[in-house]
Design a protein around this ligand. Structure first.
Ligand code: C2O
Ligand code: CU
Ligand code: CU
Length: 482
């Protein structure tokens, strides 16, 4: 593994001076150890916001054309898979009760489809159905109806054609979905500057093609050398003192875990997979595994630079092999704050519908994530699209225990329903809000309660290290009416 992405930022790091920054245009001046790709970038890059498609009169209608393209990068360009010519794809902004009509056109060389990660919608027909396969040159119309009681929050979309997911997502195919909720009308939040942040570590190539991955990369889960936000490496953005920023983050990397913290301002977590939490909380760091989302509130109180960093997190490996190679923090983004010191308003409580407390459960089940030899399994089996692994009944409230005797963390994800984590071998994994993706640590376990409502049909659960999903660490659950 190279260290191309870790331009030797000498100032930041343990004991860094708050407000000091390693970003080249911000007066750090120690360029001598800049790696070749960093040098090619020349100057700090401006933060880019993906284009946005907003529903009108209850309908969001759009086409997503999936194709390989050269996209702008630094002072030059790079190869990527794109939605409508860009990576990430457009942000889709909808409201509960809306219908999304999305025509997906496959101009890639491999089969694909569309998954709306986290949305509470039907998994059948031409809704959020991952069993759909769109052949190269073909197109498909998805019609996804959000129920009136859909939770507001940060969701995302990406291809989900089994066998091609890691390759297509890591090459750039991901975009954010925002479901606005009533509590978004909180006056302090309404005044905040909203930022869309799709985190990814694409395989950056100057040539036309997918960077090849070894069997070991696939077992570990591929990681790119360079971390980007909305396709830009180390973007810089600006704010005035006294402003509050609301950052919506999704980890769209196929395997990389981020261990996020701000330098220069407190890190305030206000939401996760299930949307805003009732009480924003100040945290030391936030583990964001592939598929997970978070909302951070950032108060620009003083002039200076606020940096979003990711620090080392050991997600395990193949019994001593693999694992991350560096303890150095990586700078992801800088917010340059100007103006006279002025304190930003920070909400202490967000008015929102309380999440119903998990009720007494009607059933329990245990699933085991494991690796044996070169197989990645759930309950000892690799994925079979003909086999139903779990039978569920509409209306049931189940307690699931997910165990992981393997030597690597696996982020466990369920389609359609979100769950309440109630217990875990590592107490830090118990979050107050609803989740659809949760890290099951190596040698550990997680328990959650799942209320099966609203939809019947077949859907999947899987490890969100997408190379693991492609290799079969996935199962099918089928819900039938009572
Ligand atoms: Cu992010 Cu099965 O998906
Ligand atoms: Cu999903
Ligand atoms: Cu995994």
């Amino acid at each position: 593994m190279t260290t191309l992405n870790r331009r030797k930022f000498l100032i930041l790091g343990a004991g860094a001076v708050v407000g000091a920054s390693a970003f080249p245009l911000l007066g750090c001046g120690s360029d001598e150890e800049v790696a070749p790709l960093g040098a090619a970038l020349g100057s700090a890059s401006t933060f880019l916001t993906p284009t946005e498609i907003i529903s009108t009169d209850g309908v969001l209608e759009t086409s997503l054309i999936m194709a390989a393209a050269m996209v702008p990068f630094g002072d030059g360009e790079r190869w990527a898979y794109t939605y409508n010519g860009a990576t990430p794809g457009p942000t889709l902004r909808v409201r509960p009760g809306d219908l999304m009509r999305i025509r997906v056109v496959n101009q890639l060389g491999s089969p694909t489809n569309l998954h709306t990660h986290g949305l509470y919608v039907s998994p059948e027909g031409n809704s959020d159905n991952v069993f759909v396969s769109i052949a190269p040159g073909e197109e498909f119309l998805f019609e996804i109806q959000l129920p009136e009681n859909h939770r507001g929050g940060t969701y995302w979309y990406h291809p989900h054609r089994h066998g091609y997911v890691a390759e297509q997502v890591s090459a750039g195919l991901a975009g954010m979905i925002i479901v606005e909720g009533d509590y978004d009308s909180d006056p302090v939040l309404a005044a905040a500057t909203e930022r869309i942040m799709v985190l990814s570590d694409p395989a950056i190539g100057q040539d036309n093609g997918i960077v090849s991955v070894s069997m070991m990369d696939r077992m570990m889960g591929r990681e790119g050398d360079l971390v980007t936000i909305n396709g830009v490496h180390q973007p810089v953005m600006a704010a005035e003192t006294g402003s509050l920023e609301r950052w919506r983050l999704v980890n769209a990397s196929s395997s990389r875990f981020y261990n996020l913290a701000l330098v220069g301002a407190p890190t305030v977590l206000a939401g996760n997979d299930g949307g805003l939490m009732e009480t924003p909380q100040q945290i030391d760091s936030l583990l964001l595994a592939p598929g997970e989302r978070a909302e951070l509130l950032v108060a620009a109180n003083e002039p200076g630079t606020i940096v979003l960093q990711t620090t080392h997190y050991d997600r395990g490996g193949m019994g001593g092999m693999g694992g991350s190679d560096s303890n150095e923090p990586i700078d992801l983004l800088a917010l340059e704050v100007t103006g006279l010191t002025k304190e930003a308003a920070m909400p202490t409580r967000i008015e929102k519908a309380a999440i119903a407390k998990p009720r007494a459960f009607t059933g329990q089940r245990t699933l085991e994530l494991n690796m044996s030899g070169m197989s990645l399994t759930i309950d000892g089996k690799i994925f079979d699209h003909e086999r139903v692994d779990q039978h569920l009944t509409l209306g049931d409230v189940e307690e699931w225990t997910i165990t992981n005797p393997s030597t690597m963390d696996h982020p466990f994800h369920i389609h359609i329903w979100q769950f309440q984590v109630t217990d875990a071998s590592d107490q830090r994994l118990i979050s107050p809000g609803l989740k659809d993706t949760v890290v099951v640590p190596a040698g550990g376990w997680v328990k959650f309660v799942l209320h099966i409502t609203g939809f019947t049909g077949k859907a999947v659960y899987h490890c969100h290290i997408l190379d693991h999903e492609d290799q079969g660490m996935m199962g099918i659950f089928e819900t039938t009416a009572r």
